[in-house]
Design a binder for this molecule. Structure first.
Ligand code: PEP
Ligand code: CO
Length: 500
């Protein structure tokens, strides 16, 4: 992961193969091939008519080429020079993840795209500088591991585990300002930008927070790596992941039953002389992801892989582009088009099939399985009408994407007491409809993307031990999260759908 070059000197060129020497190639869109940085040229991938690459694609990509395009949702930094100083500092700090790990995740997501694995992407809506403890990280991992066990055991399908963690600090907002009392303040944009407190100084964007976010991501990732590989995630620990407040609930007891069966199966395998010392039983692969929103931050952590020469955004294994920033000709898509990481794209009910295909063409010119995960977040009432045209258009375009359901962001409403919330029934109903739409369209329902926490919070309504009063423990810095019990409930429901 050496050879960091922020001058742009060593940048790659997205070029149409053969274009300089062979102008005729441009005349036949059926033979055009686009090269992605550091990747071998694609062979025989036909370019789609109607979405054929144009000369636009013959342009230089560098980690900073996004700066030539309009960038949505960027904070109003009070002092450009201080911002650039912070970014310069970030660009000298070690990468958080390695290119080889990102490639490994791409391979696992290729299994998802091909219908042989299921993706569980989960974590906070927005990580917090205030709630930063080993216990909080551990408890979040516990719930994700429990959900993965329920899904794997219940469905027999391998589960690719990706946290919304170790970097999920920046939030897009529907309005740049927020009215609190009778005053307007800049909106809260996540702890890597400003603070939630309603004062002018707390809400001012502060570039030092980018460095704090980097360091919190590094420590979080350090602990996650230790947990994932150092014994905590060992399948023999399956009982210990069940926290007390979960174990006493209906879904906690249901989980205990599975945990006991797994324990029995491990003893049985051992008694039969099967080698149970294999790493697959004692370690997990756990990946990180966040929305690539603050492009200066992402640029500063983008490094050139010394093995392949390709650029990777080393702030996380996987990055996604949000519903508000996925326009094909703007800065976010430009930036993501040049990094080798696996990418996600959120799709709301207003997504237009041609636009979605155009972004797929930009981000995945070589039609690489695992490169793109499309995350549908329609709202339970809109899935049936909004999703099928997208699945069909993407299938016709030939991009081998994974389809994943985010049942959270289309189902948010404000409770009578003024809390932003979601009802577990709507969340489950969106997942069910997503499964049935995927199946009737011949697509594999490849995963779920949820906002959750290991804490015993009261942020989403519903569940077997119904949450009625949101005010008891409402601690999220942004959107409402499922608590551990509701998350396990959801995993059981999804396992049933996978079995069906
Ligand atoms: C999010 O995932 O927190 C988010 C803001 O999502 P979307 O872009 O789908 O609204
Ligand atoms: Co959210």
């Amino acid at each position: 992961m050496a050879d960091v070059d922020r001058s742009g000197q060593m940048s790659y060129v997205h070029r149409i193969e053969g274009a300089p020497e062979d102008p005729d190639a441009l005349a036949d869109p059926g033979t055009l091939r686009l090269g992605l940085p550091g990747r071998p040229p694609a062979t025989g991938v036909p370019a789609r008519r109607g979405h054929s690459p144009t000369l636009e694609a013959v342009r230089e990509w560098t980690p900073r080429s996004w700066r030539e395009r309009p960038a949505d949702q960027q904070p109003d930094w009070p002092d450009e020079a201080i911002l650039e100083q912070a970014l310069k500092h970030l660009s000298t700090l070690p990468p958080l993840v390695f290119a080889g790990e990102a490639r490994q995740l791409t391979s696992s997501l290729a299994e998802v795209a091909e219908g042989r694995a299921f993706m569980l992407q989960a974590g906070d809506c927005a990580e917090s500088f205030d709630d930063f403890t080993a216990d909080a990280i551990r408890d979040k991992l516990k719930v994700i591991l429990q959900m993965a066990v329920v899904l794997t055991y219940g469905s027999g399908v391998p589960v690719v585990k990706v946290g919304r963690i170790a970097g999920q600090f920046a939030k897009p907002r529907s309005s740049p300002t927020e009215r609190i009392g009778d005053e307007d303040f800049p909106s809260f944009r996540g702890h890597s930008v400003n603070d939630l407190m309603a004062t002018a100084s707390a809400r001012a964007a502060n570039p030092e927070r980018l460095l704090a976010a980097y360091h919190q991501s590094a420590s979080t990732l350090n602990l996650l790596r230790a947990f994932a590989k150092g014994g905590f995630a060992d399948l023999r620990q399956v009982h210990t992941w069940n926290q007390e407040f979960v174990a006493t609930s209906a879904e906690g007891r249901r989980y205990e039953a599975i945990a006991s069966e797994i324990e029995r199966a491990l003893r049985f395998m051992k008694a039969c002389g099967i080698d149970v010392e294999t790493a697959a039983l004692h370690q997990v692969d756990f990946y990180t992801s966040h929305e690539a929103l603050l492009l200066g931050y992402e640029e500063a952590l983008t490094r050139q892989d010394s093995l392949t020469g390709a650029w990777y955004d080393c702030s996380a294994h996987m990055l996604w582009v949000g519903e508000r920033t996925r326009a094909v000709d703007r800065a976010h898509v430009e930036f993501l088009s040049g990094v080798g990481n696996p990418l996600g794209m959120k799709l709301g009910p207003a997504a237009v099939p041609d636009d979605v295909v155009a972004v797929c063409d930009r981000l995945d010119p070589q039609h690489t399985p695992g490169r793109l995960t499309l995350i549908s977040r329609m709202g339970s009432a809109r899935v049936t009408d909004a999703l099928p045209p997208l699945i069909r258009a993407v299938r016709d375009s030939g991009h081998p994407v994974a389809w994943v359901c985010d049942p959270m962001h289309g189902n948010t409403f404000t409770s009578p007491s003024g809390r932003k919330t979601r009802h577990l029934d709507d969340v489950l109903s969106e997942i069910e409809t997503f499964f049935s739409v995927c199946r009737s369209e011949g697509a594999w329902p490849g995963g779920v993307h949820v906002e959750l926490t290991g804490d015993n919070v009261t942020e989403c309504l519903g569940g077997s031990e119904e949450i009625l009063d949101l005010d008891v423990r409402y601690t999220t810095t942004c959107d409402p999260r499922l608590n551990a019990r509701q998350s396990i409930d959801l995993a059981f429901r999804v396992a049933e759908l996978l079995r069906a």
